[in-house]
Design a protein around this ligand. Structure first.
Ligand code: B16
Ligand code: MG
Length: 217
């Protein structure tokens, strides 16, 4: 048996959420307000453009189109300065264990991320070659919770959506996986990701026996 396993990037494979937060916080501070860690939770899985719109709402700010684009570029430059420091040590615990097992059992492995920087990050942490298909923020016209990103990943893996399993840490991403009729596995808390088919705190809680069950479904 052979399935498609689709991984979100930020919050599932690496914890780049902390770098997004630092970069957005710097930007908000420049505009005269602050954003909290709790607010940052709501930005997970959300595209760059949409994130800035939400942040401006929080600060009650409006920007001209030129200013908006300037701040978007500035945020990304700041974010990329953190990414430049990354290495394989930032891969989240037990992610390599699961990826190795999926490779050994010849499963399809794809990335389904909202980030336009996904390919760069995979290269930094030396995981680029593990993925048979990479679908990221450059490849989609509709952001999560729309299922487009995962449907394209399934297509690239040559799998039916119902033969795919998605690992996601964001509310929008789990909703996207469910709409794609894929099995959704939430990585995080049951409170936030209650709509997922299964929820685990992180990959240290996922056994290869559980992966075997998914392969057999
Ligand atoms: P970028 P994921 C998402 O990645 C992040 O969770 C979200 O915080 C970010 O705004 C989005 O990517 C866009 O990222 O600015 O690098 O294009 O969780 O879908 O892998
Ligand atoms: Mg994520």
């Amino acid at each position: 048996n052979n399935k498609g396993f689709i991984f979100d990037l930020d919050g599932v494979i690496v914890d780049t959420a902390k770098y997004h937060y630092l970069a957005w916080k710097t930007l908000a501070n420049e505009l005269g307000f602050d954003i909290t860690l709790a607010q940052n939770e709501q930005l997970k899985g959300v595209s760059r453009v949409r994130s800035l719109e939400i942040i401006l709402d929080w600060g009650n700010k409006t920007l001209s189109e030129d200013e908006f684009n300037k701040y978007m570029a500035e945020k990304n430059d700041n974010y990329l300065s953190h990414i430049a420091q990354m290495d394989a040590g930032e891969i989240l615990p037990d992610v390599p264990k699961i990826l190795n097992y999926l490779q050994e059992t010849q499963q399809g492995i794809a990335l389904g991320s909202a980030s336009k920087n996904a390919r760069k990050i995979l290269q930094k942490v030396d995981l680029f070659d593990v993925f048979q298909a990479i679908v990221d923020g450059n490849d989609v016209s509709k952001a999560k919770p729309d299922p487009e990103v995962f449907l394209i990943a399934a297509q690239k893996l040559n799998k039916k959506p119902t033969d795919c399993i998605v690992f996601e840490d964001s509310v929008a991403g789990v909703t996207a996986a469910n709409s794609a009729e894929m099995i959704s596995i939430g990585i995080g808390s049951k409170e936030t990701l209650g709509h997922a088919d299964y929820v685990f705190k992180d990959f240290t809680e996922i056994q290869t026996s559980f992966i075997n069950e998914l392969i057999k479904i």
